[in-house]
Structure formats: structure tokens, C-alpha cells
Design a protein around this ligand. Structure first.
Ligand SMILES: *[C@@H]1O[C@H](CO)[C@@H](O)[C@H](O)[C@H]1NC(C)=O
Ligand SMILES: *[C@@H]1O[C@H](CO)[C@@H](O)[C@H](O)[C@H]1NC(C)=O
Ligand SMILES: *[C@@H]1O[C@H](CO)[C@@H](O)[C@H](O)[C@H]1NC(C)=O
Ligand SMILES: *[C@@H]1O[C@H](CO)[C@@H](O)[C@H](O)[C@H]1NC(C)=O
Length: 503
């Protein structure tokens, strides 16, 4: 998430191909929701209308077990675009200066560069293809002085010489990251909790000409298990649905432009979201609601599994390998910090478009969201088991500004302090104070409420998942690999040195 005014970030990279001989170039369109979840017909939510996502799903493989590796917008996008976990691409030096604003901007560097991977354009600047597109996406105000979006209009030349056009016969990677359905209560409350009123034509809201707002009755929304079933939360969800409808119509427009330009059938289209929805146990958490993502992968060359649902455990870390695979680009050899060669731990999803694999493991890594929210966690899903390691388990779980002010959380706080029923599946004390290790059997306990980590019957499972997790941490050069009971001393053996801190 981010709090700056720009709403939709777009990255356009012209990909140089050396060895692929195809009459028509292959392209990629990556569509990202901001804090989006499973509120779509494509994921069997019948309370919301998302015709464009549903149509895309009919030409896609629909993933049921897709996870982000990190439950926070900026590091999630950095991870998604690099294929590297946040502990590698998003260490403190990128996050500490600016908790939110800058680092959710358009990431302009490609995967070929090992350095400054999350460098972004200054908000509102108008130079270069990224801001050219970002300036005029249809659901936020254009930055002052920026040219309108022409790149997607067939026949139109881009507004700057730097921007490639569809007609150059060069392959493209187009990254369209919507601001919807992000919350607004913290940054622009005048537009509603989810900016659901922005552009709806009412007084002071402006008008988005190609958006037909859909409103929802709070009585009709589907309340996910991790959201309290209260009038306040239902109204919050109804606002979120309207915002998702705006994104859905935007997705329809983008796809229509590509279709009209005659390039859609050469384009791999991927839709997903950066992190869980901004509700309790969602965004900023590594629990299922914080990390499970919608993911649609639509390849014109792989119609075999269109409309099917895959159970494979996949990660947003798989998207970089997938896109490189689509373009037949090998991953370059380079080091980020010192001499450690960077390796991708994700894998291409293209084979899954042909046949269901037996993939059962994905990893998660979170260090912070806002600058005051240091709460490092690492996690692994393996088959039906989910392990979360809370490194700072002795401190209360931090709450971000945007979620704090949400009607759902305010209502939860009010009810808790007043001693009223909360309608929630947890209580605040549980939510704030977590065990160091949390182990859940999602077959028996899909809501992750019964921690098995201390249960002797699950000792072997616990040890297996702990071993997998720490192995992944070493492989990905995780600076937290020895924490919280040790300190990493890379030049010594053993490398984890004890702190004797009673943990
Ligand atoms: C939606 O429901 C149908 C029928 O129960 C099921 O077959 C399908 O897998 C579900 N889709 C998803 C994405 O869960
Ligand atoms: C990012 O990398 C490029 C190329 O290595 C370099 O020219 C530029 O100065 C770097 N920017 C920052 C902010 O480090
Ligand atoms: C789309 O592309 C596929 C695979 O390249 C091809 O088989 C199909 O005929 C194309 N469809 C259209 C309408 O061009
Ligand atoms: C919570 O309580 C405060 C103080 O009484 C009140 O102003 C606010 O409207 C309440 N919020 C909700 C969502 O009920």
C-alpha cells in the first residue's frame, strides 16, 4: 500500500530478444490489484459483480493456492518484479527513509539489473514511459501537466520518444497496477473508506466517464471468516466491492485496448494482488488472509486448462521466472550484496498451464509495513500445514495507520473496550500477542485458530517445517536467519552465534 495521490502505476519495458524467432512478438500484461482479495465471481463470490475478471478467468488457469511472499505493498511489488524475497530486495535502507510514499511508485528497473531494484520515479513526475502511463490511468487524477494516455490507442504514437508503441513490433511487458481496491480513510477520507465515491459523478467527487459505479447493500456482502460480522464491517465491505467494480471495469478497458490493437492474442495476461485485504488478519499478516492471493494466468498458447482451477501452491515469487520463461530470457548471473550470487527460488508457471504439478510448498517473509511496524515473521506452507515464525513475539503485533482508522477496526476497538460482543473469530489480546511458533493444520482448521506448535503429536511436522523454513532463509541470504536467539556472523563458523537471551 501507499498513501501518495497517484493511483495506478504502470511499467512498460521493451524487452530485447535475441534468440526467439516468431512471426509475432510475445508480450506480457501483468495486472495488479492493490490489497485485492477473492471478491470476484472468478473465485465464487456471487455477491459481487466482476464481469471482466470473470471473463478473463474463463481464458485463464485459476490458482486457488497462490500466495504473496510478503504482506505489504512496497516489498510485495519489489519481490514480484525481482523474484526475490523482501529480506533481499527490501532491507531497511529502502524502507527506513520513507515508510510508504516513494517505494510503491513505478519500479523502473528491469530484472536484468542487480542494483537499486526498487528505485522509483518521483510521484507526479512526467518523464519516461512509466510516468507517461501512470499519469492518465483512468481511476485517479492525472498528475498536473502529464499527457493523456495514448500508448494504448491503436494508431497513436506515444507522447514521448522514449515510449515504445504497439506498432514497433517489439515485445512488451506492460505492468498495470491499480490503486483500487485500496483503502482511503487515512489519506483521502472525503472519498469514502475505499475511495469508492471517487469519480462517481456526485458533487465534489468528480466523474470518471468510463466507469459505471455499482453500489452494494451491506446486507448482501459475503463476510469472510476473519472479518467481524457487524454492520460497520459490512458497510466497509460494501464500499470495498464498489471499488473492486471500478478496478474490474478498468481491467476490461485495458484488455479491450490490447484486443483492439490486435496484440491480446500474443500476450500472456496475469492478474493478481500484492497482499491480503486490509481487514484484521489480512494485510501485514502472514496468516492465510494476509497472503493468499487471487491469481489468473491466461496464455493464448495454452488453452488446454482455460477455466480450470489449480490446487498447486504457487507464489508471487514465481512470476519473474514465468515471465522470463515466456520471453526465453535466461536469468543473469549477478550479486547484490558482496559476492553472493543471486538465485531465484521461484519457478515458471508455464508448465502448470499444461498439467497439474504436485507443488505443495511456498514461503513467506515479512519484516515491516510502516516504519514503526517492525515485526519480522517468516512462514512456510507445506501441504495442509502452515508454520509462522514470529521473531518479535514478545511485542504486540503492530497496527498500521490506514487499517487503524478503518470502520471495521474502529468498531472492533469500540466493542472490545465497551465489553460488547465483537462478532469476530479472535479477540484483540490474541491478535496482539502471538506465540513464537504458530503451526496450523489447514485441513482440520482452515481458519488457523488452533496452534499445534506445542502439541507433542505434531513435533515431527513442526521440525520438518522449521527445517524447510531455515533452509530457505539460508538460500535467500536472509539477514534474520539467526534471529531472535542468535546473531549472524557470516565469516565465522558456526555462523549463528548465541545471544543467551533466554529464547
Ligand atoms: C468454485 O466452485 C466450483 C463448484 O463448487 C468449484 O468447482 C470451483 O473449483 C470453485 N472455484 C474456485 C476458484 O475455488
Ligand atoms: C541505479 O543504478 C544505475 C545503474 O547502475 C545508476 O546509474 C544509478 O545512479 C543508480 N541510482 C541510485 C539511486 O543508486
Ligand atoms: C491465438 O493464438 C493461438 C496460439 O498462438 C492460435 O492458435 C490462435 O489461432 C490465435 N487466435 C486468433 C483469433 O488469432
Ligand atoms: C467508535 O467510538 C467512537 C467514540 O465513541 C465514535 O466516535 C466512533 O464513531 C465509533 N466508531 C465506530 C466504527 O463505531
Amino acid at each position: 500500500m501507499r498513501s501518495s495521490g497517484q493511483g495506478c502505476w504502470v511499467l512498460l519495458i521493451s524487452v530485447g530478444l535475441c534468440c526467439v524467432h516468431r512471426a509475432r512478438p510475445r508480450n506480457v500484461l501483468l495486472i495488479l490489484a492493490d490489497d485485492g482479495g477473492f471478491e470476484s465471481g472468478a473465485y465464487n463470490n456471487s455477491a459481487i459483480s466482476t464481469p471482466h475478471l470473470d471473463a478473463l478467468a474463463r481464458r485463464s488457469l485459476v490458482f486457488r493456492n497462490a500466495f504473496t511472499s510478503v504482506s505489504s505493498c512496497s516489498p510485495s511489488r519489489a519481490s514480484l518484479l525481482t523474484g526475490l524475497p523482501q529480506s533481499v530486495v527490501f532491507p531497511g535502507k529502502y524502507k527506513s527513509q520513507s515508510p510508504m510514499g516513494r517505494t510503491c511508485g513505478p519500479v523502473r528497473r528491469g530484472v536484468k539489473d542487480g542494483e537499486n531494484l526498487s528505485e522509483d520515479a518521483k510521484s507526479g513526475a512526467c518523464e519516461g514511459p512509466a510516468s507517461l502511463l501512470a499519469a492518465s490511468e483512468w481511476n485517479v487524477r492525472p498528475a498536473p501537466g502529464c499527457p493523456p494516455l495514448q500508448l494504448l490507442r491503436p494508431g497513436a504514437e506515444p507522447a514521448t520518444a522514449a515510449g515504445p508503441s504497439w506498432h514497433s513490433h517489439r515485445p512488451f511487458f506492460l505492468y498495470v497496477a491499480f490503486h483500487d481496491p485500496h483503502r482511503c480513510g487515512h489519506s483521502q477520507p472525503q472519498y469514502g473508506a475505499f475511495c469508492e465515491k471517487f469519480g462517481n459523478g456526485e458533487s465534489g467527487m468528480g466523474r470518471i466517464p468510463d466507469w459505471t459505479p455499482q453500489t452494494y447493500n451491506p446486507k448482501d456482502v459475503q463476510v469472510p471468516y476473519f472479518v467481524p460480522d457487524t454492520p460497520a464491517a459490512r458497510a466497509d465491505l460494501a464500499a470495498q466491492y464498489t471499488t473492486i467494480g471500478r478496478m474490474d471495469q478498468g481491467i476490461g478497458l485495458v484488455l479491450q485496448e490490447l484486443r483492439g490493437a490486435g496484440v491480446l492474442n500474443d500476450t500472456l495476461v496475469i492478474f493478481t494482488s500484492d497482499n491480503g485485504i486490509p481487514f484484521p488478519s489480512g494485510r501485514t499478516n502472514l496468516y492465510w488472509p494476509g497472503t493468499a492471493e487471487p491469481m489468473l494466468v491466461s496464455s493464448p498458447e495454452h488453452p488446454k486448462r482455460w477455466g480450470q482451477v489449480s490446487e498447486a501452491y504457487v507464489s508471487l515469487l514465481d512470476l519473474t521466472p514465468t515471465i522470463l520463461d515466456w520471453f526465453s530470457i535466461p536469468y543473469p548471473s549477478y550479486a547484490i550484496f558482496g559476492t553472493k550470487t543471486v538465485q531465484l527460488t521461484g519457478r515458471s508457471l508455464l508448465p502448470v498451464l499444461e498439467a497439474e504439478p504436485l507443488w505443495t510448498t511456498v514461503f513467506g517473509s515479512q519484516s515491516y509495513h510502516e516504519v514503526t511496524m517492525s515485526y519480522p515473521m517468516r512462514s512456510v506452507h507445506h501441504q495442509n500445514f502452515h508454520l509462522v515464525h514470529n521473531l518479535h513475539f514478545k511485542m504486540p503485533f503492530p497496527i498500521d495507520q490506514d487499517f487503524y482508522i478503518s470502520p471495521t477496526f474502529q468498531d472492533l476497538l469500540n466493542r472490545t473496550t465497551a465489553g460488547q460482543p465483537t462478532g469476530w473469530y479472535k479477540d484483540l489480546h490474541q491478535y496482539y500477542y502471538r506465540e513464537r511458533w504458530e503451526l496450523y493444520d489447514r485441513n482440520q482448521d482452515p481458519h488457523e485458530t488452533h496452534n499445534l506448535a506445542a502439541d507433542p503429536r505434531y513435533t515431527q511436522v513442526l521440525e520438518l517445517l522449521q527445517t524447510q523454513l531455515v533452509k530457505w532463509q539460508w538460500e535467500t541470504h536472509d539477514p534474520w536467519v539467526c534471529a531472535p536467539d542468535g546473531v549472524l556472523e557470516e565469516k565465522l563458523a558456526p555462523q549463528c552465534r548465541p545471544l543467551h537471551n533466554e529464547l
